[in-house]
Design a protein around this ligand. Sequence first.
Ligand code: ADP
Ligand code: MG
Length: 729
Amino acid sequence: MATIRFQAIQATLNRKPITVNEPNARRSELYATNVFTSSTAMHYMPKEAYSAVVAAINHGQQIDRKIADQVASGMKSWAISKGATHYTHWFQPLTGATAEKHDAFFEPVADGVAIDKFDGGQLVQQEPDASSFPSGGIRNTFEARGYTAWDPTSPAFVMGTTLCIPTVFVSYTGEALDHKTPLLRALQSMDAAATDVARYFDKNINKVICTLGWEQEYFLIDTALAASRPDLMLSGRILLGHAAAKGQQLEDHYFGSIPDRALAFMRELEIECIQLGIPVKTRHNEVAPNQFELAPIFEEANLAVDHNSLLMDVMSKVGARHNFMVLLHEKPFAGINGSGKHNNWSLCTDTGVNLLSPGKTPKNNLMFLTFFINTIKAVYEYADLLRASIASANNDHRLGANEAPPAIISVFLGQQLSAVLDELERVSDGSLSPEEKTELKLNVVGKIPEILLDNTDRNRTSPFAFTGNKFEFRAVGSSANCAKPMMVLNTIVSQQLREFKAEVDALVEKKSMKKDDAIFNVLREYIKSSKKIRFEGDGYSEDWVQEAKKRGLNNFTTTPEALKAQISKKSIQLFADHGVMNKIEIVARYEIELEEYIKKVQIEGRVLGDIATNHVVPTAIAYQNTLIQNVQGMKDIFGSDYLTYAGQQLEHVKAISNHINAIKTNVDAMIEERKKANKIEHADKKADAYCNKVKPYFETIRYHSDKLELMVDDELWPLTKYRELLFTR
Ligand code: ADP
Ligand code: MG
C-alpha cells in the first residue's frame, strides 16, 4: 500500500495555519532591534572606539587591538542584554550555506567562579577547522589552517541566543575560501574606478558604493508531502512524476490572495527579518502554484549579500516551524516555472546620486549615459564570465526553460534608450561643433528623464535588463549566493570604467580635445562595438537562439561548459589586475564548483536509480500481476473467446513490461556510465562525463516511469504526485 503518500496528503489536509506570536510593537519599531547598528554601538562603547569603527566602515581603516577590545566589550554587553549566551564568527564558505561555530561567553576563572568573556582577539580573528570546508586544493598546497576575520562593514547581530559576527574566511596564506572576500575586493575596485569617472562630472564625489536589491523566489511544500518524496529530500527537486492536468496555465496563482498557511509563515519570517535588519518590503504569489517571492529594499551590496544569505537560513528555520519545506532549488518541478533571484544592481555616490538614474540636467545625464554605456560594454566584453557567474547544476534546468532567461547573455535597454544610443552613435568623430553639442545636450541627453519616467518598458525575457534606474540581472538562480554574480559584475564594470578613463584622458591630453567631446567620442565607439549584445526581442524564443548564433554570442547551456570562462587567460588577468582573486584562488574555485556539480548530478543519479528500481518497478509489477490474474480469470470464464474481454488488459501487461525493461536497461546503463565517470581523475573531464554521459539517462528513465504512473492503479502508486505536491493545502 502506498501509505506514506496517503498519510502525507492526510497530514497536509489536517494542517491549520500556525498562529504567530507577533511582538507587541510596530514593524518600524522592531527594525534592526537584533542588530548592533552604529546608533546602538554609540551607546555601548567609548567615543574613540565608535569613531574607529565608523572610519573602518567608511574608509576601510584598520582597527587596533586596544580599540577592538573596547568594541568587543560593548558588543558583548549589548548581546547579553539581548539574551545571547554564545558568539560565533558567521561566514559564507563555498559550500553554498552559511557556517557558524558557537562559543560560550562563559569562562571559569577560579574555583567555582566564572565570568562572561569576549575580547578584541575573539572579535577580530578565529581559527575554525578549515579542513571540512571546500578549498579546491589550496589546503593541500599550503596549510590546513584557515581563519575568519571580522568584517566591520556588516554589523553583528543576535540570532536566537547567539551573537553572530560577519567575517571573511581565508586560508592561512591569505587565499579567499569564501564568497565575501572576493566580493569585498571587487567592491573596492569598483569604488576606485567609478569615483574616478564620476569626478569628471562632479568633483564633490569621493566614494561610490554598489547597491543590490535581490528578489527571492521560492516554493513552499508541506513537510509531510516533501518527506514522501525521496528525490525532493535528497536532491531538492522532483526527478520523476507526470505533470498534473492543471499546472500554471490558468495563471490563477500569480498575485492572487496568499493562502493562509503561507501568509502565517511569511508574517513570522518578515518579523524575524526586520529584527535582523533585513528591510523586507514586498511579498506576493509567483506564477507557479505554491511559488512565492520576497523582496527587500535595496542596500549596499556587501550587506545585501549577507542579508540574502541570512534570509535563506532564516527561511528554512521558520518554514520548519510552519511545517513547510522551503524549496530554494532553481527548478524543483519540470514543466512548471523555476525560481530565480533577480539581482537589481546600481551604483550610488556619497553625494546620494544613483549613477544609473537619469538626472535633472544634461550634465547629470551625460554622467548617467557614461555609466550606462560602460555597463553595456562591460557585459559585451565579459558576457561569458557573467554567464559563468550564474552557472550551477540547478540553474541549468531553469535557464532557457520556457519561463526563464536563456543561457545567452544579452542586454535589454528599452526602445527609448536604444533610440538615444542610436543618436549618440552619429556623433562626429573628433571635436564637436558648438551646434552639434547644443543639439545633443538639448535634444538627446537633455530629454532622457521625461522619456524614462514615462516609458520604462519591461522585457521579462532578458537576462540583463535596464529597468529605469538600475540593471536587473535576472538569470541568477534562487539558491545562489549573490556574492558571485555581484563580484563578477562589479569587477567587469570596474575594468571597463578604468579603460574608459584611460581613453578619455588620452584624447584630452594627446589630441587636446575638450573633456565632453572626448567622452562623447569614446561613448560613440563603445556603442558601436558593443551592439551585438543588445537585444530587445523575445529572449525565450527559438529565433533568438538562432539570431544569437549568427551574432557570435555564446549559448553555454551546461555548467561544465559555462564555467570554463572563469579560467580563461582573460579572466585570470582581469581578476589579478583588480586584486580580486589570484590564479590560485581562481583555479581553486573552478575545481570546487566542478566538484559541486559532479556531486549534485551523482546524487540525482543515485536517487533516481533507487526510486526507479525500488519504488516504481515493484509497483508496476504488483499492478501487472493483478492484470495477469484478471486475464487468467477471463480465460477461465470465457475460454478461447477471452481476448474479446481481456484484450486491453493484456496490452497493458505488455506495455508495462516494455516500460519496466526500458527502466531496467537505462538504469543499468546509467550506473555503468557513473562507474566510468568516477574513475576520471580531472574534475573538468569528470564533470563533462556526468553532464554528457550520465545525465542524459535521467530523461529517458523519467519518461518510462511517468508513463507507468499514468497506467498503474492510483491506489498503488507510492510517490506523491505532482497534483498533490502542488495543490494540496
Ligand atoms: P520589479 O522588478 O519586481 O518590478 P522594482 O523594480 O520596484 O520591482 O524593484 C525591484 C527591486 O529593485 C527591489 O528590491 C528594489 O529594492 C530594487 N531596487 C530599486 N532601486 C534600486 C537601486 N538603485 N539599486 C539596486 N536595487 C534597486
Ligand atoms: Mg524584478
